[in-house]
Write a protein that binds this ligand. Structure first.
Ligand SMILES: C[S@@+](CC[C@H](N)C(=O)[O-])C[C@H]1O[C@@H](n2cnc3c(N)ncnc32)[C@H](O)[C@@H]1O
Length: 193
């Protein structure tokens, strides 16, 4: 696993990115534990998967799950981003057969009949401005009724995001990791109505 590289986040050093991922992995694991048994054969979406950090965390937590990562796969908020690189990471981690990747803009609907049991995302929507509401919609549209969307992100203060989530889901759990200025890093567990 030495050749696995989940990348460096924009505005962050490699060490800070590693620390952000370690903290997020622990928090996601804690929140996912009570939701589904580890033996569940889930179809999981990793929205804005980047180089597969959360794809790997989900694959470890649910060894029988299959995970689809969706991303723009364009240079930007994570270094050296490409489908080839995320596939290489999954090969190195021994989970390539349980993963697939789709290049797609989440602010637009996903044209597919596949419905997911669980959707995950980390640090994806906060840079999209108002278009983030379209992207939230894309994820909810491909989630089965009763399925959970577990999203870690920097949320702006204010209630617009929660107002949107309340229309489509119930808030099951929320972990607030704090923040500064306008933003707070929170992980929300939302169950689709
Ligand atoms: C900060 S990175 C986080 C990557 C990964 N979730 C992680 O935690 O390591 C944000 C990711 O969101 C993706 N992204 C941003 N806007 C997107 C959009 N409109 N559609 C799909 N992916 C998008 C970026 O390409 C990038 O991979």
């Amino acid at each position: 696993m030495t050749d696995v590289d989940f990348g460096t986040y924009h505005h962050s050093t490699p060490e800070e990115s590693k620390q952000i991922r370690e903290d997020a992995a622990k928090a996601f694991s804690k929140l996912l534990r009570p939701l589904y048994p580890s033996t569940a054969t889930l179809k999981i979406l990793d929205a804005g998967c980047g180089l597969g950090f959360l794809t790997y965390a989900a694959a470890k937590r649910f060894p029988k799950a299959t995970i689809t990562g969706v991303d723009l796969f364009r240079h930007g908020s994570v270094s050296d981003l490409s489908i080839d690189k995320v596939v290489q990471n999954m090969k190195s981690l021994g989970i390539v057969s349980r993963t697939s990747f789709l290049k797609h803009d989440l602010t637009k609907p996903i044209k597919s009949d596949v419905q997911f049991d669980l959707a995950l995302s980390n640090l994806v929507f906060h840079n999209m401005g108002k278009k983030r509401f379209n992207a939230y919609g894309t994820v909810f549209d491909v989630l089965k009724p009763g399925g959970c969307f577990v999203m870690g992100d920097l949320f702006p203060r204010g209630k617009a995001d929660m107002d949107y989530f309340r229309e489509r889901s119930t808030l099951v759990e929320e972990l607030d990791q704090g923040g500064s200025g306008r933003w707070r890093y929170q992980i929300k567990v939302l169950r689709k109505a």
